[in-house]
Design a protein around this ligand. Structure first.
Ligand code: 5GP
Ligand code: ZN
Length: 117
């Protein structure tokens, strides 16, 4: 599972990516199919399937990701806000089963997060 996981393979450098940041615990890289002018992802280096699989042992890395997101957003010019998204499981529409936080932004206001009925 960790062998074939796309994001684990990106972490190991087996699949190329446009990396923005890396330390012992976290990697950030641009999304291959951006949904906004700036669209990158933060992921823990340790394989965790989703936010629904996180537990107390992940508190530090999740906290680090939260604090890192605005710092990287600013470095990429998102000075007037951005959106973070963590799709989780089937209902959340998660496609890659390695926990990741999307960060999206650009010049213009993003569309509504979800259409209301
Ligand atoms: P999810 O729907 O799971 O929240 O988002 C998965 C995201 O990963 C998608 O936005 C998709 O474009 C991105 N993605 C999938 N495969 C790759 C890849 O090989 N490289 C990069 N950089 N992004 C990927
Ligand atoms: Zn993984």
């Amino acid at each position: 599972m960790m062998e074939s996981c796309i994001f684990c393979r990106i972490i190991r450098g087996e699949i190329p990516s446009r990396k923005i940041f890396e330390d012992d615990d976290i990697v950030a890289f641009h999304d291959i199919h951006p949904a906004a002018p700036v669209h990158f992802m933060l992921i823990p280096k340790a394989h965790v399937e989703s936010l629904a699989h996180a537990d107390d042992t992940h508190r530090d890395v999740l906290g680090k990701m939260m604090v890192l997101a605005p710092r990287l957003a600013k470095e990429l010019g998102l000075n007037d806000g951005f959106r973070t998204i963590v799709n989780t499981g089937r209902v959340g529409g998660q496609e890659v089963l390695h926990l990741h936080m999307h960060v999206l932004g650009g010049k213009d206001r993003l569309p509504p997060m979800l259409a209301r009925n």
